[in-house]
Design a binder for this molecule. Structure first.
Ligand SMILES: NC(=O)c1ccc[n+]([C@@H]2O[C@H](COP(=O)([O-])OP(=O)(O)OC[C@H]3O[C@@H](n4cnc5c(N)ncnc54)[C@H](O)[C@@H]3O)[C@@H](O)[C@H]2O)c1
Length: 478
């Protein structure tokens, strides 16, 4: 099919590239000419594993092109996917990008022949697609929905850092549609994808996306609240608490050979809270939406509050060991999670802000997100290091923020060798307390007391059962 995709961010570009891989002819549209040029040159303007290669191949085969000329691209396609941003500003969803896209589509549909399907892939609150989006297209085109065009809501569930993999092998495809014929025609773009496909109303599809994200965010805040309680309990190691919980047969199917853990256990693990472009804004938008329909959102309120407090726990832990004023504090990891260069709502931002407010000199490193960080206003007064070892040299303390594999590979002795004062605050539970202690490193983390650091054996020695490697992998997730 001929598909136009509005917006070439994480969702639009990945969707476009993966649909081109499946044989569709895709035109990506963006208002930013620089990203359009980059895509046409076969390069991805964002970092996602395998995306550069997909784009290069699609450009070679001429199955994907990019343009700023929305009107021609829409008129020359059968389906338009709306993948523009829907930020939450002051707790409310900002629809300006969606409305601009809808008006552009409406104008393009004027006099267009052939049935055209418009599908909203952006995350929007229930009622948005059949409300303002439909109204804008109808008023610009002069055609009611059903008069030569149909409307769908097709939420996207890809995870940044694994976006290409998630799009190629989705766990579900949800299609809300104005009518069954439009749903069936739209599902043709996913004909080659074998996964459960659920057809709903437009509003239900919109709600499914918010509920999915809010559930996962709730699990993360729950995990952090539990870890904070563990922090007050000598001899308790929050990681072992989660391992014990994960072994519940409802979370970890009893198949010892496969050694499988349910993906949901990734979110039952403590850390520095959730970040990125989705969970924080979607939970905030659902919370304010709940209020507009007259419902109290006590759980969602708590989820957001716990999440706002969590990165600052690192500073409290640090200050128990050291007065940070005038000290060199290294922050390893700036992206909100490994596998992405996305800094949106990263816990590194409030952490760096707080450290600087307390007078620390902050040195930062991230294997992928440094180019983005150099442009970010919150990182104006930090020192950027080319690699983690430079970042640690002569440092008084280190805060581990993002669980990049290359940080996991740092040897405990490296901290002792490079740092002026080997003090590590491990926000992701990446290192073994006993190994750090043996290397003379003071190691602290959310979810443990100094006593638990000494008393616990290394985790691998304790958990000899099915899910060890799986669980260790899970803690990389956010
Ligand atoms: N990032 C994710 O992991 C993810 C996952 C699932 C769903 N979502 C949702 O998908 C939507 C897009 O997210 P994203 O992270 O890809 O956003 P993004 O901000 O990375 O990209 C949006 C793109 O749209 C472009 N744009 C804005 N107005 C436009 C217009 N009128 N015409 C053409 N292009 C326009 C922008 O220039 C930008 O390149 C959001 O609603 C988000 O909540 C995101």
């Amino acid at each position: 099919m001929k598909i136009s995709v509005m917006g070439t961010g994480y969702v639009g570009l990945v969707s476009g590239a993966c649909l081109a891989e499946r044989g569709h002819r895709v035109t990506c549209i963006d208002i930013r000419s620089d990203v359009v040029e980059e895509i046409n040159a076969g390069h991805s303007p964002i970092y996602e594993i395998a995306l550069d290669e997909l784009l290069r191949l699609a450009r070679e085969k001429e199955t994907l092109t990019a343009t700023t000329d929305a009107r021609s691209a829409i008129r020359d396609s059968e389906v338009t996917l709306i993948c523009v941003g829907t930020p939450t500003i002051d707790g409310r969803m900002d629809l300006s990008q969606i409305m601009a896209a809808a008006k552009e589509i409406g104008a393009a549909l004027t006099g267009k022949s052939g049935y055209h399907i418009v599908a909203v892939k952006s995350t929007v609150l229930p009622g948005t697609t059949e409300g303002p989006v439909q109204a804008a297209i109808e008023s610009q085109s002069g055609r009611k929905v059903g008069d030569g065009w149909g409307l769908c809501m097709n939420p996207e569930f890809l995870r940044e850092g694994r976006a290409v993999e998630d799009f190629r092998v989705p766990d579900r495809i949800i299609v809300g549609a104005t009518d069954p014929m439009t749903a069936n025609r739209f599902l043709e773009i996913y004909a080659d994808f074998s996964c459960p496909k659920l057809v709903t109303t437009l509003r239900t599809a919109e709600m499914i996306k918010y509920v999915s994200n809010s559930l996962l965010a709730t699990m993360i805040s729950f995990s952090n609240e539990i870890a904070n309680i563990c922090s007050a309990l000598p001899g308790v190691d929050a990681r072992l608490v989660w391992k014990g919980v994960h072994l519940d047969r409802r979370l970890t199917p009893i198949d010892r050979q496969a050694g499988m853990a349910a993906g949901v256990t990734e979110y039952l693990w403590h850390g520095l809270g959730f970040g990125g472009s989705c969970f924080p804004k979607d939970v905030a938008a659902l919370r304010s939406f709940g209020r507009t329909v007259g419902e109290h959102t006590r759980i969602l309120d708590a989820v957001l509050q716990i999440n706002a407090d969590q990165p600052l726990r690192m500073v409290s832990l640090l200050e128990k060991e050291l007065s940070v004023a005038g000290k060199n504090v290294t922050v390893l990891g700036l992206a909100f999670k490994p596998g992405t260069d996305d800094l949106r709502e990263s816990p590194a931002i409030p952490l760096v802000e707080e450290l600087q407010k307390k007078g620390a000199h902050v040195i930062v490193h991230d294997p992928i997100a440094m180019p983005q960080a150099r442009k970010h206003l919150k990182f104006l007064n930090v020192t950027f290091s080319q690699n983690w070892s430079d970042a640690l040299t002569n440092s008084d303390a280190c805060c581990l923020v993002t669980a990049w594999p290359e940080y996991r590979a740092i040897q405990p002795a490296d901290f002792g060798r490079l740092m002026k004062c080997p003090l590590v605050i491990d926000g992701r539970g990446m290192f073994e307390p006993a190994a750090m202690a043996a290397a003379g490193v003071t190691w602290r983390g959310v979810g443990y007391t100094p006593e638990s650091c000494v008393e616990q054996k290394p985790v691998e020695n304790v958990c000899t059962d099915l899910t060890c490697s799986q669980h260790n992998k899970n803690s990389h997730a956010r």
